[in-house]
Design a protein around this ligand. Sequence first.
Ligand code: SF4
Length: 363
Amino acid sequence: MFSEQFDPTTLSTHSYTTAEIENVLKKKEFGPQDFPILISPEIRPFLEELAQRSHLLTQQRFGNTMQLFIPLYLSNLCFNKCTYCGFSIEHTYPRVTLTRDEILKEGEILYQKGFQHLLLLTGEAPKEVGVGYIAEAIRLLKPQFSSIGVEIQPMTESDYRILIKAGADSITLYQETYHPESYSQYHLSGKKKFFKNRLDAVDEAGKAGFYRLNLGALLGLYEWRFEALALAQHLSYLQTHYWKTKYSVSFPRIRDMIGTFQQAYPVTDTDIVQFICAFRLAFPDVGITLSTRESAEIRDRIVKLGITSMSAESHTEPGGYSGKEAEKQFEISDTRSLEEVKNMLIHQGFEPVMKDWEAPCHI
Ligand code: SF4
């Protein structure tokens, strides 16, 4: 398990000399060992050079394609108390969990729009929205969609295998923050308050054999460079232990939600650019996802740097595509339609891809 070897006290950025920066920039290729210097403050004056190399490397490895997906929230029921989230249990509003018919209705709307890659999301409510409910939702939607991912409560290997058998091919599981003390401050009650439990769930997902694993940190909860170093270490570990799995990373910045949460560690646009470039250059084959949490303006500006998949036209409330009244997890920032996002991508030289993968029959 990664939790057995993870030591956050070793993850501090140290200073690099000018000679060290110059030497690393002479390299034709980078690897995970270069990640700390690529994320360092000292290399920031060379960010333009890193951005150009990151763009070229992305073109070489992924071509000019951009895979588009959409989140589908199944439920906003959650028994955890996470201070930054609109679904947190302390918010008192009627909770909504989609019925079979409502799931099919949402799926039909998204299918008609042309989406083929779905990401199903729920809060953490193991009895009401447990493995059986999620597996059923996957089975209902699978006939219309080529790829179904899940972003749900941590589960065991055997439960994950049930979801894979139902038709899920990818899982998104963010640690939120890799800094244990900060994690305790934001996750006050419910099962999510156990830092190690969440970290171990990624290993469970790796053992279960998902085709793709999407890792991440929610930026704004702790220092972004620390989160970057921890995420890179976690990714390296997983690539070694579950080498058949494909990986992607994302690092969304916290958005407004109901309540009064204030970002403790603001992350600038330039920080995000360095984050993307460092991951692209040190992990050339890893996908990088950019969600509608970011504004249209910033998405348009950074899309060429290393991004390989984007969401579009997202709703963060269950039933949001069919006009059902329900509370959102957070406000999205890029509110453009799928067609508008596609046009932006084409204008920037990308081919928007609605389907780039389909599970073979035996999964
Ligand atoms: S972040 Fe996840 S677990 Fe926490 S309150 Fe929100 S939905 Fe629930």
